[in-house]
Design a binder for this molecule. Structure first.
Ligand code: SAM
Length: 343
């Protein structure tokens, strides 16, 4: 008996093929096909192949795959970018995801190729994917300028895309100074000074990162400057601020490291000071949103948490009035205040 189309397990069939679709996007991005098509009319496959230096038959298949996936337009005149490709897929698009796509191809893909080992052994598969053991996730990214630039571009693309939602999830106008710990390229910091012109924002990150931030500064700066300070947030003194920010930091670290970091922030916070955490918050069953659940499969020593777990964690370090805003965007926001000791 044949299955009627309506009864086909479409979800499963889609997932079976998902890796091909991801890889088509990755390779088209890596070959900068979307850059090549930017601001141009339709271009024929042969001309695109000549422009990017690839085979005509291979390029034609890749372009058709991209058109089929809705990443490109195809007409009898040739292929062109749609609005979404111009905004998100060109390497200099306003909300370019190019950096994260390249990171996905060059870093996450080899790691996920070893997912079976990761699950059997319960650990990150750096040694299998890249031939070396990493005791610290970030030391591994920053050992070469190329890998560092790639990682920072990846962080920047997601941070820039989500910065407005994080900055406006709560009204932060009561704060005079903020310190974004692990603030990387300053994408969130630049958004914060735009939304809150009176807020002085400091980005604190490892020296290797701070040395490389000028590359990511917005070209037109109409806002108050952002200050960059280098250091190790586990070992060094942290800048003073009314508002500390941890965006996509807590999910990377095991409990012992989180203990060091949150104890330190809590001790520095004066009553009324606050901590803003930006993460994708899981539902209480911890199966949604899948973007966070799938990220867990990278098997860093850290983990994704639900609302009640963030509340419990933050209260343990003397933070109260924990408010959670599910933004509907890629990152949610958790705001909490240092307990007023006189209460
Ligand atoms: N906050 C940014 C965002 O949301 O896009 C970046 C998140 S990235 C996952 C973590 C950041 O923490 C990186 O920029 C990394 O360099 C920084 N970091 C890691 N270990 C650190 C340390 N010991 N001291 C300071 N920053 C650190």
């Amino acid at each position: 008996v044949s299955q009627s189309a309506s009864k086909l397990p479409s979800k499963i069939l889609e997932l079976m093929d998902g890796f091909r679709a991801s890889k088509a996007l990755f390779v088209a991005s890596k070959l900068k096909i979307f850059d090549h098509l930017k601001d141009k009319g339709p271009i024929k496959a042969v001309d695109i192949a000549n422009g990017v230096g690839t085979s005509v038959c291979g390029t034609e298949r890749l372009l058709d795959a991209c058109a089929s996936l809705g990443l490109l337009e195809k007409t009898p005149q040739g292929y062109s970018n749609n609005d979404s490709a111009n905004t998100y897929l060109t390497s200099d698009g306003k909300y370019s995801l190019h950096g994260y796509i390249i990171h996905s191809n060059d870093h996450l893909w080899p790691l996920f190729t070893n997912l079976e080992y990761a699950v059997k052994e319960g650990s990150r598969q750096n040694h299998r994917a890249f031939g070396k053991k990493a005791d610290d996730l970030f030391k591994d990214y920053y050992h070469s300028q190329e890998v560092k630039q790639r990682f920072m571009a990846a962080m920047h693309s997601i941070a820039h895309l989500t910065a407005r939602d994080v900055a406006t999830a709560f009204d932060l106008s009561q704060f005079k100074s903020a310190c974004d710990l692990g603030g990387c390229t300053g994408a969130l910091a630049y958004e914060l000074v735009q939304v809150y012109p009176n807020l002085k924002v400091t980005v604190f990150d490892l020296p290797e990162v701070i040395a490389n931030t000028s590359f990511f500064q917005p070209s037109e700066q109409h806002t108050a400057p952002v200050t960059f300070v280098s250091g190790d947030f586990f070992k060094d003194d942290l800048p003073e601020a009314d508002l500390y920010i941890l965006s996509r930091v807590l999910h990377d670290w095991p409990d012992e490291k989180i203990h060091v970091l949150l104890s330190k922030i809590s001790a520095l916070c004066k009553p009324g000071s606050a901590l803003l955490v930006a993460e994708t918050v899981l539902d209480e069953q911890k199966i949604h949103p899948s973007v966070a659940v799938l990220q867990s499969l990278s098997m860093t020593e850290g983990k994704q948490r639900s609302s009640s777990e963030y509340k419990q964690l933050l209260e343990k370090y003397g933070f109260t009035d924990v408010q959670i805003k599910i933004t509907g965007s890629l990152l949610d926001a958790v705001l909490c205040f240092k307990k007023n000791l006189s209460l």
